[in-house]
Design a protein around this ligand. Structure first.
Ligand SMILES: Nc1nc2c(c(=O)[nH]1)N[C@H]1C(S)=C(S)[C@@H](COP(=O)(O)OP(=O)(O)OC[C@H]3O[C@@H](n4cnc5c(=O)[nH]c(N)nc54)[C@H](O)[C@@H]3O)O[C@H]1N2
Ligand SMILES: Nc1nc2c(c(=O)[nH]1)N[C@H]1C(S)=C(S)[C@@H](COP(=O)(O)OP(=O)(O)OC[C@H]3O[C@@H](n4cnc5c(=O)[nH]c(N)nc54)[C@H](O)[C@@H]3O)O[C@H]1N2
Ligand SMILES: [Mo]
Length: 769
């Protein structure tokens, strides 16, 4: 797609609407898939069809005629594109030269078509036969210390692939299975078990129909989970209050036109989504929620003293929770001025939110990266649980907590064993099932894997999808250290920057995408994924493979595993490859409670749900109750917050035209930015205080004292409706600014939503270069 001229003007349209319609048709055109594309999309997220490769939003039992959104369509078009990496591509381009290409241009070349080996001397990829690749990788791995190897996964691979990948790691001898979740909802996976004894959310789609109130924190529905706009719109039409907390006015939380409703499209009718919108400080959530809790606790104190109906659900609190008294006392003791200072909201705003929430018979708490990717990411999530517990809003219809997961199977990968935490895996069961002694020590998560790579301790890195080097913090140091790894193997569909920077010995192995027909000895195969509402369903590819040389992800994992491990009669790789139903049998044997009757139930419309104790108000916590957990305080980030006016908090954001490091184009329609991603969104008052004006070019430097210079140059100042003290820039372009050690306490999720930076104007000459 040719870049449009740079323009930065506020966008007045709704989320969805004609902009969305035009965007779908334009990506299908760009990927040369107009006719097939529209037909393929009809099977998206439907029983008998395939699960979208974009986000993990639930797939309803009774789908809409078009159960896809603008960004799901982009992800589909990007995968089923007619474009292919030309066979002679690396004859004309060295990897060094390609380092100057953008993320967009690298992936836009098209699908990878053959397995390749790095020719280091000639600085390019050259074709290799699959058998040779497997044999050579196996030989390398056999000579290594398994504990010094890392098997990364990016969250898209199916349950079948993920299960055998995790099993391979353990048979080989390690638990180093970081995944994208370590940069994403790991704060959820740590916080929710402490608070409610479940690692995942408790809300089901039908709760949207029953709910009387929706709270949303730090999530961008219009770009990242647009299908959620349908239940939100239905709720809004029922006059359900929707209260949003986000430093930015995200259009999806403001208003929506359903692109699937001819009537709404023709009349340009919009539905307002949020009834209250609170633009709090970046990192201000603990203070804002404390304000709400304080208002509720104090109103309840008064009501009780006056003999009126209570505000809090005392029966629930007494029967089901632990720690209420100290939490309530802590709330009462907080000072409104401090809460205002740390939240950036007026006392009245917090009171307004509390009074609507306090009057609603049920409520859902939705959140995303705006809570998890902070130094206090784990506390943020626990704080939202505190608010819900006050009114018994977990484990009843219309209520619950709803982390909106990212990658389409990121939650499922954890369910079947992709985790560095051995306590989350049924190791004894695996030991018996496969007759071996699995490693019991904790493996490396993403940040720890990066530390080990920086220290030269890693011998091999396998990437099952993803773009690790681009997604992690500390880009420059990581890129410099990466070639120190002996073996790197990337399983991928498209070329990305991580494929340009490689270990000493390296392989790039192209795989089928989920939308492609996967024919094996036993016929066409289905795979399964788990969505954000814990429903597990089948997905069947529908388009012809991009190339006859591609292998499926399970076949690639099995190929490497067979070449690495001694034969084990109980690990039946060939049988598994012929029929993925046999992998599902193995999953069922390892996890009988979750996957009972797996092969039959995977085709149930809407999928089958995992059992979830917290939904039944059974609390699998140490206290046996749901726990109120008092936060340590309000200071959120690096101790610099609020103190130094020269230092601003950088929020790294996704545009409406990307899926993580996959950049579809250069427009962020809802934010009115077009033709560029090199921008810095700034409050006008901050800009003028720092002597900057619209269109100036600036560089950012991370404001920490650890003797590492972290900089990003060439960003264009865009005055924006963002609170003072915060600035916004795009991920992954701003990742060089994030120190590796700047992560959420307890979960090690990089604190990508609050990076302290200083801003400097670049000389015009330098900016032009
Ligand atoms: N089209 C598309 N869909 C996607 C993705 C994609 O890149 N593109 N990525 C997928 C993945 S892996 C994930 S994890 C999800 C991510 O989806 P989201 O969870 O929506 O993540 P972000 O886009 O990072 O946006 C975070 C939001 O938090 C707000 N925010 C930032 N700081 C704070 C804060 O301190 N408090 C509050 N209350 N809000 C804050 C930001 O303004 C922004 O609106 O989406 C998934 N879906
Ligand atoms: N600053 C900052 N950093 C962040 C974030 C942020 O908000 N701010 N968000 C974080 C989050 S939430 C996440 S989830 C991570 C994402 O990190 P990753 O999951 O590692 O990155 P992706 O961009 O999703 O990976 C894209 C690549 O996956 C490959 N791919 C696509 N489809 C397939 C497939 O079907 N199979 C295989 N094998 N490969 C495929 C393609 O080659 C593509 O180039 O980034 C994190 N990093
Ligand atoms: Mo994510």
């Amino acid at each position: 797609m040719a870049k449009r001229p740079v323009s930065t003007k506020p966008y007045s349209g709704p989320a969805g609407g004609w902009g969305s319609f035009r965007s779908v048709e334009s990506i299908l055109l760009q990927e040369e898939r107009i006719a097939t594309g529209n037909a393929v999309l009809l099977k998206q997220n439907k029983p008998g069809g395939y699960s979208c490769v974009s986000c993990s939003w639930a797939k309803p039992r009774e789908p809409l005629p078009f159960e896809y959104c603008e960004n799901g369509a982009k992800a589909t078009a990007w995968e089923i594109t007619r474009k292919r990496l030309p066979d002679d591509f690396f004859e004309t381009h060295t990897l060094t030269e390609l380092l100057s290409w953008s993320d967009h241009d690298l992936e836009a070349i098209g699908r990878l078509t053959r397995p390749m080996r790095l020719d280091r001397a000639r600085d390019r990829w050259v074709p290799v036969a699959w058998e040779d690749a497997f044999r050579e990788i196996g030989a390398e791995l056999r000579g290594m210390d398994p504990r010094r190897t890392i098997f990364y996964a990016s969250g898209r691979a199916s349950l079948e692939t993920s299960y055998i990948y995790g099993l391979f790691a353990r048979l080989y001898g390690h638990n180093n299975l970081p995944d994208s979740s370590n940069m994403c909802h790991e704060s959820t996976s740590v916080a929710l078990p402490q608070a409610i004894g479940a690692p995942v959310g408790t809300v089901q789609l039908e709760d949207f129909r029953d709910t009387a109130c929706i709270l949303s924190f730090g999530q961008n529905v219009g770009s990242n989970s647009p299908r959620m706009l349908h239940p939100l719109q239905e709720a809004a039409k029922r006059d359900v209050p929707i209260i949003t907390f986000n430093p930015l006015k995200e259009r999806g939380w403001e208003r929506f036109t359903n692109p699937q409703s001819p009537q709404e499209m023709l009349t340009l009718k919009e539905t307002r989504i949020s009834s209250q919108y609170h633009q709090l400080r970046a990192g201000g959530d603990i203070a804002a929620i404390t304000g709400m809790c304080k208002a509720l606790v104090e109103a309840d104190d008064k009501a009780m003293a006056a003999g009126r109906a209570p505000i809090l659900d005392h029966a629930f609190i007494q029967q089901h929770t632990h720690g209420f008294d100290s939490f309530a006392a802590w709330c009462r003791a907080q000072d409104w001025a401090e809460l205002e200072r740390w939240s950036g909201l007026a006392r009245q705003a917090m009171m307004d939110a509390a009074s609507v929430y306090g009057a609603a018979r049920s409520a859902i708490g939705i959140y995303g990266m705006g809570l998890t990717q902070h130094k206090k990411g784990v506390e943020n999530v626990r704080m939202l649980v505190n608010l819900l517990l006050l009114r018994g809003n977990i484990g009843k219809p219309g209520a619950g907590i709803l982390p909106v997961r990212g990658h389409s199977n990121v939650q499922g990968q954890r369910t079947v064993g992709i985790t560095e935490k051995p306590e989350l895996v049924p190791m004894d069961g695996l030991a018996e099932q496969y007759g071996f002694e699995p490693p019991r020590d904790t493996g490396m998560n993403t940040v720890e894997a990066c530390e080990a790579i920086l220290e030269g301790r890693v011998q091999a890195f396998l990437g099952l999808g993803g773009n690790f080097l681009r997604a992690v913090p500390e880009t420059q140091r990581m890129e410099a250290a990466w070639p120190g790894i002996r073996l790197t193997v990337q399983v991928a569909t498209k070329l990305n920057r991580n494929h340009l920077i490689n270990g000493e010995v390296a392989y790039l192995l192209p795989c089928l995408g989920r939308l492609e027909v996967d024919a094996q000895a036993g016929g066409e195969q289905a795979v399964t994924c788990e969505d954000t509402m814990t429903h597990i369903h089948a997905s069947r590819g529908t388009v012809a493979p991009a190339s006859p040389h591609l292998l499926s992800e399970p076949a690639i994992v099995a190929g490497i595993a067979k070449a690495t491990l001694p034969p084990n009669p109980r690990v039946t790789w060939d049988e598994w490859m012929g029929d993925y139903g046999r992998i599902r049998d193995a999953i069922e044997a390892s996890y009988p409670e979750i996957f009972k009757d797996f092969n039959r139930r995977m085709d149930e419309p809407g999928g089958f749900a995992r059992p979830l104790a917290a939904r039944q108000r059974e609390w699998q916590t140490e206290t046996g109750k749901a726990n109120f957990l008092v936060p340590a305080g309000f200071r959120t980030d690096l101790g610099t917050d609020l103190d130094d006016p020269e230092i601003l908090q950088l929020i790294t954001l996704r545009s409406n035209d990307q899926f993580n490091t996959t950049i579809y184009g250069y427009d962020d329609r809802f934010r009115g930015i077009s033709g560029t991603r090199e921008v810095l969104l700034m409050n006008r008052a901050d800009a003028s205080r720092l002597g900057l004006k619209e269109g100036d070019t600036v560089s950012l430097t991370t404001a920490v004292d650890d003797n590492v210079l972290r900089q990003v140059h060439g960003l264009r100042v865009v005055p924006y409706d963002i609170p003072q003290g915060a600035v916004g820039g795009y991920y992954p372009e701003c990742n060089p600014l994030i120190p590796l050690w700047h992560y959420a306490e307890g979960s090690k999720v990089p604190a990508a939503k609050s990076v302290p930076v200083r801003i400097r104007r670049q000389e015009a000459r330098m900016a032009a270069e």
